[in-house]
Design a protein around this ligand. Sequence first.
Ligand code: SF4
Length: 227
Amino acid sequence: MQITEIYKSLQGESTHAGLPCVFVRLTGCNLRCSWCDSEYTFTGGQRKSVEEIFEEVRRLSPKGGLVEITGGEPMLQERELVPLMQRLLDDGYQVLLETSGERPLARVPAGVIKIVDVKCPHSGEPDTFDMSNLACLRPHDEVKFVISDREDYAFAREFVARHRLSDRVNAVLFSPAFRKDANGARDASHCLLDPQQLAEWMLADDVPARLGLQIHKFIWDPALKGV
Ligand code: SF4
């Protein structure tokens, strides 16, 4: 597999935010989101076997716990990724898969918690969500919308309602987009959409979703990688 980095940190997003987690970040993505903070994953990386990755996870977190498979877009390496995720599950790890929603998810092992993006109009990659993935969602999964303005918010709100997402999954996440060149201040000044504004819209509309902040960008310098 082509791997950009493997490291241990605190989970920054989802309902698992704040928990210790080993991140396995795969190289390569076929999308180009306008606010992407992971462009360094598009090229490079190192070849590692499933066994080498598994051993590195075990070294970083020998007592089990949370492992997130992320990228880039991990499902571009589906052929080797599926056995890796199954191996981690079999060894007792709780496995999260962060994915753009553009790749088919039917072969993801049932025990994996999928955190699936639906790209909004101003992401730079609208209409990329594979609608067949709606049928692959399980009650423990989460669906995430990264929102940069009112039009993105309206799209997300309507998508959630039309597909009854809050009945299908454990959490629907609305997250304000963050500037990809953010550095220095560990506060909300780098958000493309003020979290307070997003919160007010969500409250006014009674949206069945959870406001998500990328807490690692408030703990460490937002320019830091590998945290
Ligand atoms: S899908 Fe993820 S890694 Fe790929 S461009 Fe979009 S934000 Fe970046």
